[in-house]
Design a protein around this ligand. Structure first.
Ligand SMILES: Nc1ncnc2c1ncn2[C@@H]1O[C@H](COP(=O)(O)OP(=O)(O)OP(=O)(O)O)[C@@H](O)[C@H]1O
Length: 241
């Protein structure tokens, strides 16, 4: 079974066509970068994948569940980290985790165990008692990723999760999330930064609402700088190295 299947998806904001005939399939346990310059349609796609938006054009299936026909079952298999942080700064890390667990109907000992496990996966176990306000930007993001894992999803969606972070914090997050994929999680990582992509990753190139390519990164760049290949593909649209 595929982890995520997107088939012929379309979406418009009034006359503005944001997504057009978008199709791709993610196999379980793969790290896939959704690479596109600003305005490519990444956030619109994430809004459809998380059912913030609905569309009549096309189909989304998560772990075999059609998101339009079985939204609860499909969404229970998805963990999501949005571009804008959504943490309560005055609660501790552990309280944030438990609050989020409660939203998924998980409480008591199970919530505590899951919280500890998820924080450990992101190298955040020793920060459980700290107030989120006292964490640096990188640790806040890692906490949000841990929080997205609390209900044990099969697919993790991250929309430009390293925006605004320094290089070291970005690298730590990129490493942790690759580790999650190696442990079996299916990851879709939206970015416009090619240095976050490894040769063994899959890449979906999105530009002006259309998929231009879907392949292993090493095959796409064929030994050339990845940034050059994307600039060529997107006709000079800006892609950061
Ligand atoms: N609410 C809206 N109304 C009209 N057009 C919109 C709206 N939101 C997005 N768009 C347009 O739809 C297209 C896709 O936008 P989207 O935000 O999905 O791209 P993106 O790849 O996430 O870009 P970014 O990296 O800048 O967030 C863009 O041309 C954008 O201007």
């Amino acid at each position: 079974m595929t982890a995520l299947d997107v088939s012929d998806l379309g979406y418009s904001y009034g006359a503005k066509r944001a997504l057009d005939g978008v199709s791709f399939t993610l196999a379980p346990g793969r790290f896939t970068a959704l690479l596109g310059p600003n305005g490519a349609g990444k956030t619109t796609l994430f809004s459809l994948l998380t059912r913030l938006f609905v569309t009549r054009e096309g189909r989304i299936t998560v772990a075999g569940h059609d998101i339009a026909r079985e939204p609860r079952a499909a969404l229970s298999k998805i963990g999501v980290v949005f571009q804008q942080p959504t943490l309560d700064l005055d609660m501790s890390v552990a309280m944030n985790m438990r609050y989020f667990a409660a939203l998924h109907g998980i409480s008591g000992r199970e919530a505590r165990d899951r919280s500890e496990r998820a924080l450990a996966q992101l190298g955040m176990a020793e920060r459980a008692k700290e107030r989120v306000r006292d964490l640096n930007g990188g640790h806040r993001r890692r906490m949000e990723i841990a929080r997205a894992l609390i209900h044990d999803p099969e697919v993790l969606l991250l929309d430009e999760p390293t925006v605004g972070l320094d290089f070291k914090s970005r690298q730590a997050i990129v490493d942790h999330v690759h580790g999650l994929a190696e442990a079996g999680l299916t990851v879709l990582w939206a970015t416009h930064l090619v240095d976050e992509i490894r040769d063994e990753d899959d890449v979906v190139v999105l530009h002006r609402g259309r998929v231009l390519a879907h392949d292993r990164a090493a095959r796409l760049h064929a030994g050339r700088p990845l940034a050059d290949v994307f600039i060529e593909m997107t006709g000079g649209a800006e892609v950061a190295a």
